[in-house]
Design a protein. Structure first.
Length: 304
């Protein structure tokens, strides 16, 4: 969600919100507790509302602070997932990632692209430029453009600062429930949950699709690959929504929105006809066969 006055304006608003909250509590306490024995200090007031203050501050993180927090989250994520040892495949997604970052909305972040040793078709990201792609994506993709579409969608989440906005919303909600402050460890835990377990909002998913579609075109990939891969995933599941897409907006709605983004941007409607690849239906299949199959993803045909 874009803020109408930008992050700089939000910084000023955040300060006024914090001090307005303290001043309001002071007035209320002066009326409710006239006894000198119940006097309360400014420090006590600030400690009484740490979650609200922390939630507001999250929206004002500098890029360096965002990367630092993302690095802490990444360290925790890697305790829960196994990073692939396939260096060639790792180089592939890093190469695609670099091409997309150069044409993205936030090209100055130090992005890190990592391949997760998991045959489930999935990908996710956290703040500060950390992107994770499951080996299952490489199994399922028909070509390099479809892998790029997945990565571009995740870069879209980072460019839109979606994780930060969700953490801000959730920290405020937790503050209302518990009145307990969110220190760095709790923020990291919240970030890990957002990356691995909690869904993004429909608004954020559509925004990541929009940003990713335009990013694909700017980087020379066919933007139609995003909708095509979504359709393929739905077909692979025999009409059932894949587990990792179950918390996303319906696939037909996303494809329609992607088409609208392309039309509004005036992108040419060039054909996209990849050679279909049937991924193994056995999740315990030997990975060496899949890795040989990944060579097709090295082929690059520029769309523009």
């Amino acid at each position: 969600m874009q803020r109408p006055f930008g992050d700089k304006a939000m910084g000023s608003i955040g300060k006024w919100m914090r001090w307005g909250l303290v001043a309001g509590l002071t007035c209320w306490l002066a009326i409710a507790m006239p006894s000198a024995s119940l006097a309360i200090s400014w420090q006590d007031l600030l400690r009484a509302v740490p979650s609200v203050i922390q939630g507001v501050q999250l929206a004002n993180l500098s890029p360096d602070q965002e990367v630092g927090l993302g690095r802490n989250i990444d360290q925790q994520i890697k305790q829960e997932v196994r990073i692939s040892s396939d260096r060639e495949a790792q180089r592939l997604i890093a190469e695609i990632g670099r091409e997309l970052v150069a044409a993205s909305d936030r090209p100055n972040l130090p992005y890190t692209f990592q391949l997760v040793a998991d045959r489930e078709v999935n990908a996710f990201a956290t703040m500060g430029g950390f992107v994770y792609v499951h080996e299952g994506i490489l199994d399922a993709a028909d070509d390099r453009d479809q892998v790029a579409a997945v990565i571009a969608h995740e870069i879209g989440h980072i460019a839109g600062r979606h994780a930060l906005e969700q953490m801000q919303q959730m920290s405020i909600a937790q503050g209302i429930a518990t009145a307990a402050g969110l220190d760095r460890d709790r923020l990291v835990g919240l970030g890990v949950n957002l990356a691995l377990r909690l869904p993004r909002s429909r608004e954020f998913e559509f925004d990541a699709d929009r940003r990713g579609t335009l990013n694909l075109a700017r980087a020379g990939y066919n933007p139609r690959a995003m909708g095509a891969f979504l359709q393929k995933l739905q077909g692979m599941s025999r009409g059932q929504v894949p587990a990792f897409l179950s918390t996303h907006p319906p696939i037909p709605d996303r494809i329609q929105a992607i088409d609208e983004v392309m039309a509004q941007a005036g992108l040419p409607n060039r054909p996209y006809n990849p050679t279909p690849v049937a991924p193994s239906s056995n999740p315990a299949a030997n990975l060496s066969g899949a890795r040989r199959n990944w060579q097709r993803l090295r082929l690059r045909q520029r769309w523009n």
